[in-house]
Design a protein around this ligand. Structure first.
Ligand code: HC0
Length: 573
């Protein structure tokens, strides 16, 4: 430990702390903008300047290591003026149409300008030429709002190991984006939206589909069906001021009915169905010398990563479509037939924590009935906007259930939204199918938690199954390299494209850098899902009575010809 003095308070802090850490530890808040804990610690924006006794100039506290006897002042005239001048300079080159901005009300730059008492921008002058890139189905890039903080560059390069975002030019001309200012759809972007999740402003945002959904809801000739991903219920409440980790499943279903959807189904049902399809696929690969390890295929960011960067693993991917695509296909076949509605008259909306699902829904191969399995994808944030626009009093809604058959799910389905959840759900089913015995303990805790790569060996009588779980494509890369070199061998791998899995997907409610500093977002949101699992009467996918019903009435059995036609897909090199 070292002893330092901040604003006349003497404290002891670990020797590897920064001045920012030390100040925050005693409740002194230093403003930051480019700083993002563990992801972007570069001291570029100079918002966190402090005075250090004996130093010639002001110092950036987010990268300044503490040292014995250091004396720091965080609130002097010089500090305040320097921070303000930096902010004014940033704002002078920023598109300030805040009232029309997607981040109006939750923009870190707007908050900071308010906190710093910005009243005018003294240097109105030249602006950097800007680009509005609408080429991607998932992500919009608007450089008129970019403040060149580099958070997106760090997450794309270091966390996701995708590396399609970078800096171009120098000084005032610096911009952030794909090489040669190409469109996002023209480079090997995986659409995960982690760049959006870390952007403090609206320079990166999702491609909005709200108007298409309003139009469908207004159209008397359309039967509009909605489904919600597992992770949405664990975070939607944050948009309405509820504490992180509050599960709002019942209110979410109620709000969707208020919005006018004809049916409110649950992607969790299809998650259960995926377990049957994927579980039997795994068993068949194990028995028939199929390609191993089998790797999960439900995360479209991960699928695109595999297609671009690891095509040699495409045959390892499960052929299962992702659950919301499976459900879309069932809505336009099984549900359409049962209710005598033409598939072309049905409009399927998926509410997802994910921006990559927007791209996925546009894939031509995902149209089992000749029509897209899913017509529109809204992120959790977009759903919240619609609920607000409709002026629904979300927090006071009475809980409601999902609609029948395609809304019925088990605890196994709901944990899909957290890293390790698909694996655990699969093990609950595969173990019982293989051994023919009921599991004594269905909590596979070895695959839970936020460790980047998790491994386990599961004893299934004669068969010992080696499994691994990775979240973020950066960790997936690390794992695949080990498999490739022969250092590791597995039967089954779960990969989720986003760090933490879907609960922290690119379409979830924004978390400011300040909140990320103090809260364990992945863990808190995941807990809401594990609690929901614990509270369910049925916690194994194969015991879902509606899954049994749909096989009896329609799909025959897992991996049947019909199931393959509707629920499975192929990948593109
Ligand atoms: Fe997920 Fe899914 S669990 S990918 O993370 O498998 O987005 O929540 O909807 O489809 O079910 C996201 C979340 C889903 C799908 C499911 C899977």
């Amino acid at each position: 430990n070292v002893t330092i003095t901040i604003d006349n308070k003497k404290i002891q802090v670990p020797a590897d702390s920064t001045v920012l850490d030390a100040a925050r530890a005693i409740g002194i808040d230093i403003p930051t903008l480019c700083f993002l804990k563990d992801i972007n610690e570069v001291g570029a924006c100079r918002m966190c300047l402090v005075e250090v006794e004996g130093a010639r100039a002001l110092q950036t506290s987010c990268v300044l290591p503490v040292s014995e006897g250091m004396v720091v002042k965080t609130n002097t005239k010089a500090v305040r003026e320097a921070r303000k001048a930096t902010l004014e300079l940033l704002l002078s080159n920023h598109n300030r149409e805040c009232l029309m901005c997607a981040r109006n009300g939750n923009c870190e730059l707007q908050t900071l300008s308010n906190e710093m008492g910005i009243k005018e921008i003294p240097f109105e002058g030249e602006k950097t030429e800007s680009t509005l890139d609408l080429s991607s189905h998932s992500i919009v890039r608007d450089t008129s709002k970019c403040i060149v903080c580099g958070r997106c560059v760090s997450v794309c390069n270091n966390v996701q190991q995708v590396g399609v975002l970078g800096f171009s030019n120098r000084g005032f001309e610096t911009t952030v984006g794909p090489v040669f200012d190409k469109g996002i759809s023209e480079v090997a972007c995986i659409n995960c939206g982690q760049c959006i999740a870390v952007c403090p402003v609206a320079a990166l945002r999702e491609k909005d589909a709200i108007d298409y959904v309003w139009d469908a809801l207004e159209n008397p000739n359309k039967h509009v069906v909605v489904q919600t991903a597992p992770a949405v219920r664990a975070a939607l409440g944050e948009e309405f001021g509820l504490p992180m980790g509050t599960s709002v499943t019942g209110k979410m279903a109620a709000s969707l009915r208020r919005l006018g959807f004809d049916k409110v189904f649950d992607t969790d049902f299809a998650a259960d169905l995926t377990i049957l399809e994927e579980g039997y696929e795994l068993l068949s690969r194990l028995k028939n010398n199929g390609k191993l390890p089998m790797i999960t295929s439900c995360s479209p960011g991960w699928i695109k990563f595999c297609e671009h960067y690891y095509p040699e693993f495409l045959d390892n991917l499960s052929t299962c479509k992702s659950p919301h695509e499976m459900l879309g296909a069932l809505i336009k076949s099984y549900y359409a037939e049962k209710n005598n509605i033409k598939p072309e008259d049905i409009y399927v909306v998926s509410i997802m924590p994910c921006t990559a699902k927007k791209f996925e829904a546009k894939r031509e191969e995902l149209a089992a009935t000749g029509y897209p399995d899913v017509d529109a994808v809204l992120t959790t944030r977009e759903l919240a906007k619609m609920i607000k626009e409709a002026r629904i009093d979300f927090n006071n809604l009475e809980d409601e259930d999902f609609d029948d058959v395609l809304g019925e799910s088990t605890g196994a389905g709901v944990i899909f939204g957290a890293t390790g959840g698909v694996m655990e759900a699969a093990l609950r089913t595969v173990a019982e199918v293989v051994t023919g015995k009921e599991l004594e303990n269905i909590d596979f805790k070895q695959v839970r938690g936020t460790e980047g790569i998790k491994e386990a060996e599961i004893d299934l009588g004669e068969l010992k199954v080696k499994v691994a779980v990775a979240h973020s494509t950066g960790k997936a890369k690390e794992l695949l390299e080990k498999v490739k070199s022969g250092e590791k061998e597995y039967h089954f791998i779960e990969v989720m494209g986003c760090p933490g899995g879907c609960v922290t997907g690119g379409g979830q409610p924004y978390i400011s850098a300040k909140d990320r500093y103090t809260k364990d977002v992945m863990k808190t949101r995941a807990k809401a899902l594990y609690n929901e699992d614990m509270g369910k009467a049925i916690r194994k996918s194969h015991e879902n009575p509606m899954i049994k019903k749909i096989y009896d009435e329609f799909l025959e059995k897992p991996n049947s010809h019909k199931a393959h036609q509707l629920l499975h897909t192929h990948y593109i090199k």
